[in-house]
Design a protein around this ligand. Sequence first.
Ligand code: CA
Length: 227
Amino acid sequence: MSTILLVEDEPDLVLGLTDSLEFAGYLVLSVGTVSAAQTLLQKQLPDLCIVDVMLPDRSGLEFCTELRKKNASIPILILTAKSQEQDKLKGFAVGADDYVTKPFSVAELLARVGALLRRSVVVVSDAPKLFSIGDSMIDGNALAIRQKREEHPITLHEYKLLEFLYVRANHAVSRDDILDAAWGTEAFPTPRTIDNFIVRLRKKIEPDPQNPKHILTIYGIGYKLVL
Ligand code: CA
């Protein structure tokens, strides 16, 4: 049974989330402040943390920074407010793995929690970097995409691009975010380069590259990965 630390101060949300998470089979530890969360962490390390950004004593983002210094692998999901959209970017900067924006549906939150826990099993043990998209297994060590009957080599940048999309599955990501993540400052490709990479990856992953069902184009934004 996975243990989830919920750091949230809105009583109704705490009750609702605790109920839903317990019903889904998780053990829930809930605290309403950063200091209570830190005290708890000294005694026990949960399998995943759900952290609200706006907490009464300090910012949930500061808590994430400190948690990341202690533990590089524990999955962190942050809860951001609609009016604080930039918090999700700050969240990724301090080591959060995913976010949901309030108000969110319990089903969405549970899906993200499940995905993060499945992923952490793979990611925690530094290698192998393995994850699946549809019928394809992505292998970050061998730099290959495998299906039942085929194997396609991928470049490091293609892998990084896929990994970036995978970590944010079901969220639209902009071409600029992809550029930062997969290329950083080492080179200067244009957003058009991303489009070319996507075309190539679709040929390797999509059963029908002309009608993609995994790597979707989100007009005006960029792309979205559907697993
Ligand atoms: Ca709050």
